[in-house]
Design a protein. Structure first.
Length: 306
């Protein structure tokens, strides 16, 4: 039986997260994954992806100079692309980086549990549910993004499941593999079909399918699955902790992919006061007094501990 530490699971999930951003960028005009010293920044200057995927994953345990250079590089990269709203993701244990972000005017926006697990530990039986055709357009419709979203993406790089209820496609979830880790993303169920166990079933099916493809681990985020991770054999995550800027309304957020291990933090910086959708992860922050909404659309990868 495979044994991996929390740190191992964290690193595997983080690599899957960044690789998923890179794959999205390959099929998106002018988008790129910038691997900079101390940070990996996904840059999507054009809509509709702009509203979702501008995220930067900061490397933990940097010294003061490295942290400053990583943040300077992040801000300069987005400024050069004309992106005024983006999220920075930081592990909750990285107090020095969190302090540096707050010193630059970022404010906590959201805390979300990320999880990872070794698939050898999967004990849940393979679920039986009615599946629809894994149609990309249906996947986009159910998660609630425009039909031209990621229109240039290589759809063969992703594993899409569509769940049906009473003859209707009502739920979906997508997976992406990297080096034996399966990241599960964008789990969504239409409102009238919720609380029927479809999300749990799709997640479990993705785990079984990943094991069948030879994956050793899986990663996901608890934002949309807080009530069902326990039934999947994963630890029950802590509830989200959110701090909203004074006088601002927190919009729903769209997740695209997310970092692993115990919580991670994401700080968002925005120069716009208009609401919009954003992609984020564990700990999220944004500059005080500015808006920083987002839309719950996805379940990015994370750190699932068996």
């Amino acid at each position: 039986m495979t044994v991996l530490s929390d740190a191992d699971l964290y690193l595997r999930g983080a690599k899957t997260l960044v690789a998923s951003w890179e794959e999205y960028a390959r099929g998106t005009v002018a988008a790129a994954l910038e691997r900079l010293p101390g940070v990996a920044a996904a840059v999507f200057p054009n809509e509709p992806e702009r509203a979702v995927y501008n995220n930067a994953l900061l490397q933990p345990d940097l010294d003061a100079g490295e942290r400053a250079r990583a943040l300077d590089a992040t801000e300069a990269t987005y400024a050069a692309a004309g992106v005024t709203r983006f999220a920075t993701w930081v592990h909750e244990s990285d107090e020095t980086m969190r302090g540096d972000l707050e010193g630059r005017g970022y404010a906590l926006d959201e805390l979300t549990r990320a999880m990872g697990m070794v698939l050898d530990h999967l004990q849940l039986p393979r679920p039986e549910l009615e599946l629809g055709s894994p149609d990309w357009s249906e996947y986009l419709r159910i998660v609630g993004v425009p039909p031209d979203f990621l229109s240039g993406a290589d759809q063969s790089a992703f594993y899409v499941l569509v769940g049906r209820l009473d003859g209707e496609n009502v739920a979906t979830a997508m997976a992406f593999d990297l080096d034996g880790d399966c990241g599960i993303y964008n789990l969504g169920t239409l409102e009238h079909a919720r609380r029927r166990g479809l999300g749990t079933a799709l997640t479990a099916l993705h785990l079984h399918n990943a094991l069948g493809r030879g994956c050793r681990t899986a990663s996901l985020q608890s934002t949309e699955i807080r009530g069902r991770v326990h039934r999947l054999g994963l630890p029950r995550p802590r509830p989200d902790s959110r701090v909203r800027p004074a006088g601002q309304r927190l919009a729903r957020r769209v997740h695209a992919a997310m970092p692993p291990r115990p919580p991670m933090t994401a700080a968002r910086r925005t120069a716009s006061r208009s609401p919009g959708t954003r992609c984020g992860a564990d700990w999220k922050a944004q500059p005080r007094g500015l808006t920083g909404p987002h839309t719950n659309l996805s379940i990015p990868p994370g750190n699932l501990k068996p």
